[in-house]
Design a protein around this ligand. Structure first.
Ligand SMILES: Nc1nc2c(ncn2[C@@H]2O[C@H](COP(=O)(O)OP(=O)(O)OP(=O)(O)O)[C@@H](O)[C@H]2O)c(=O)[nH]1
Ligand SMILES: [Mg+2]
Length: 189
């Protein structure tokens, strides 16, 4: 895959409460590294890397801290902060709880971009597009602001359906989501 495909900004949204996990899941260990480190490694080739989190919560070398625009309001607000900080272009938006993400995963999404698209999302095993672990264009920012101002919090509404490309055939292991200690235990099997 040509290196020129890594022409997007990386953003990890890490402002969650981990209430189902019971402790900070970003710092939970899997294969000797934290979940946050796994996600960060998948995005290391990106020229600009942003970590949206409460100030001082994490130290992640090479990643620029970005404060939430609306702290505690969920990943849709995290995406707003990320797109605002990114400037102009494409942003790879990841959660801390997707430790199976790989460089190949992001390269596949990046290669699926077409003119006019504003988001590229992987199709999961049930055929649904996955809004976390997806690419978003910064021109979505006015829409996101309007959605959030109106009280909307669902990340899957971030991009209009008719401007969202879905990429099929990605490794389902890339999208394993850790919400509970049981999810992490399953990952270790
Ligand atoms: N920046 C930011 N990220 C968030 C916020 N809420 C959740 N996230 C992140 O969004 C991703 C997926 O969120 P959830 O699985 O709902 O995580 P969570 O809120 O920490 O966990 P629960 O409390 O169990 O729902 C994780 O990377 C979270 O850190 C927020 O208010 N701001
Ligand atoms: Mg949550």
């Amino acid at each position: 895959m040509p290196a020129t495909l890594w022409d997007f900004t990386a953003a990890i949204t890490a402002g969650g409460r981990s209430s189902r996990f019971g402790s900070d899941k970003a710092l939970a260990l899997w294969r000797g590294r934290t979940l946050l480190q796994h996600v960060a490694a998948s995005l290391e080739p990106c020229p600009q890397r942003l970590l949206v989190a409460p100030p001082g919560r994490y130290v992640l070398g090479g990643w620029t801290p970005v404060e939430d625009t609306r702290p505690g309001e969920g990943p849709l607000a995290g995406l707003e902060a990320a797109l605002q900080a990114a400037g102009t272009g494409w942003v790879a938006f990841a959660g801390v709880d997707l430790p199976g993400l790989t460089r190949t995963y992001w390269e596949t999404l990046a290669a699926a971009r077409v003119p006019g698209a504003l988001s590229v999302q992987a199709q999961d095993v049930s055929g649904r597009p996955q809004p976390l672990g997806a690419l978003y264009h910064t021109s979505l920012l006015p829409r996101l602001r309007a959605l959030l101002d109106s009280g909307e919090r669902r990340l899957r509404l971030a991009a209009p359906e008719d401007t969202t490309v879905t990429a099929a055939g990605l490794n389902p292991a890339a999208l394993r989501n850790v919400n509970t200690p049981a999810d992490l235990a399953e990952l270790k099997l």
